[in-house]
Structure formats: C-alpha cells, structure tokens
Design a protein around this ligand. Sequence first.
Ligand SMILES: [Zn+2]
Length: 109
Amino acid sequence: MRVQLADRIKLDQLAAHAKAHAFLLLAETGAPMRVSSTYRTPARNRQVGGVPNSFHLRRRAVDFTSDGNTLIRAAVLAWSLRVGPGCTGPEEVLLERLGLPGQHLHVAW
Ligand SMILES: [Zn+2]
C-alpha cells in the first residue's frame, strides 16, 4: 500500500516502535487509510481536546481515517500485529466517533 508523502511526514514524528507498527498496519489493512494525527505538542493536544496524558504527546499514537468498515478491520488487525519477538502489541485501540463526523481509529503502541 502506497503511503502518501504528507502521511509519511507525520509518521516520521513517531517513536521507532510506533512508526514500525503504523507502517505495518497500513500495509496489512490493504485498503486506503490516511493519517490525521501523530505527535502533538501539549498546546496542540489541548486545542484538539486530547486527554492530558495522551500517547500523542509521547510520539506513540496515530489517528487513522477511512471508511467505517476499513477502520473496524484495521482495529482488529492492530490487536494482532507484532513487529518483533519481544513485541506485545498495542496499548490502546479505540474506534472514535464511528459513523459520525470525525470518525477515526486511534492506536497507541
Ligand atoms: Zn488519537
């Protein structure tokens, strides 16, 4: 799956482990997903209403956008994918606002 340049730039801001997971998830999902958020500064996190201890502040969370069925499939995949022998998978897999404006899949590793 080809990852668009704008999304690559966002994914480059992640910690190495989260970045590896994000690219693997995009590849395995096999349907187009865009990246709407990765790293946030504390100011940006407050602005978008993020929780104060958000994984976005620690470069460990990604928000993906797509159609609902793709996001559900990606959520299931996110739970199962591992990037190495010691990898225990994600910390958070959250389908946010599904079926509503702003729907996205939040995954933290
Ligand atoms: Zn998020």
